[in-house]
Design a protein around this ligand. Structure first.
Ligand SMILES: O=C(O)CCC(=O)C(=O)O
Length: 272
């Protein structure tokens, strides 16, 4: 068996990570998060999940909870958006000007159902033989076959497939790694949330990226609160979609590549 045939395992070898992405459609980055960053994210997301539940706002699928729009819910998440992975792997897959499409926490508890089978660019109505989007699953707890680790079909990124197409369920492999590992995956990879049969809660954060001319899943220029926008470091603001891309993303005045959107800028409105 050659090195490229072996299923991905956590590694800090960038060449291996890229080879795994090419061959299998996913790779694992070992020790992607410092323990300090991981614990800060864990604390914030657990508090946020509990707060949303107490406020009657929890997004539930059985025992599993999703926490959306994380960029707006704590600066603890912002470092994920300028992490070296975003240049080394996301940029390598979908270009250096990739923007964040959404940020999502997934807390998977015992007794749920498998998540919906999908690939992240399955909404396209044409076959494109390259990734237009890509994802990072940050393992904030450990991930395993028994605690609901994301299930993926290795190599499925090379098989054209749309939502609803039949899937050979015998091919699932569970993403596994210690806390602080990141799984990076090609937007064409078939995957779903696994089932947790353990007593612990699986905690993951997805930062989902797209090419800068694709509509974002979360319209962050509209959805982030003013206090978040004011506090965001410039580099993060660019990454979440405030930077105009070529002729796209402007407000009112003709857009210029590289300008930043100013939500408070006056609009010309109806004149004459
Ligand atoms: O929770 C997971 O393991 C995967 C979640 C996912 O793919 C999604 O929410 O789109």
């Amino acid at each position: 068996m050659s090195a490229s045939d072996r299923l991905p395992e956590p590694t800090d070898d960038l060449d291996r990570q890229r080879a795994d992405l090419e061959t299998h459609g996913f790779c694992f980055v070992a020790d992607a998060l410092t323990e300090q960053a991981r614990l800060a994210i864990l604390d914030r997301i657990e508090r946020q999940a509990a707060g949303e539940e107490a406020a009657g706002l929890a997004i539930m699928d059985g025992p599993n909870q999703s926490v959306g729009n994380l960029v707006d819910k704590g600066e603890e998440f912002w470092g994920l958006l300028t992490h070296p992975i975003i240049v080394d792997l996301i940029g390598w897959l979908i270009g250096g000007e990739a923007i964040l499409s959404s940020s999502l926490g997934k807390l998977v508890s015992r007794g749920g159902e498998p998540g919906g089978i999908h690939n992240d660019q399955g909404y396209l109505d044409l076959d494109v033989d390259e990734p237009l989007v890509a994802n990072v699953m940050w393992m904030i707890s450990d991930f395993s076959e028994t605690n609901g680790g994301t299930q993926v079909i290795p190599g499925s990124h090379r098989v054209p497939r749309r939502h609803g197409d039949p899937v050979d369920l015998s091919q699932w492999v569970s993403a596994a790694g210690p806390p602080g590992t990141a799984m990076v995956f090609d937007g064409r990879l078939t995957h779903r949330t696994g089932v947790n049969v353990s007593d612990g809660r699986r905690v993951g954060v997805l930062t989902y990226w797209c090419r800068p001319w694709i509509r974002q899943q979360e319209n962050m220029v509209a959805s982030l609160r003013d206090e978040t926008v004011d506090a965001l470091p410039e580099a993060v603001k660019r990454r979440v979609g405030f930077e105009r891309y070529r002729s796209l993303g402007g407000v009112d005045l003709s857009p210029r590549h590289g300008d930043m959107v100013d939500r408070a800028a006056p609009r010309t409105g109806r004149l004459g």
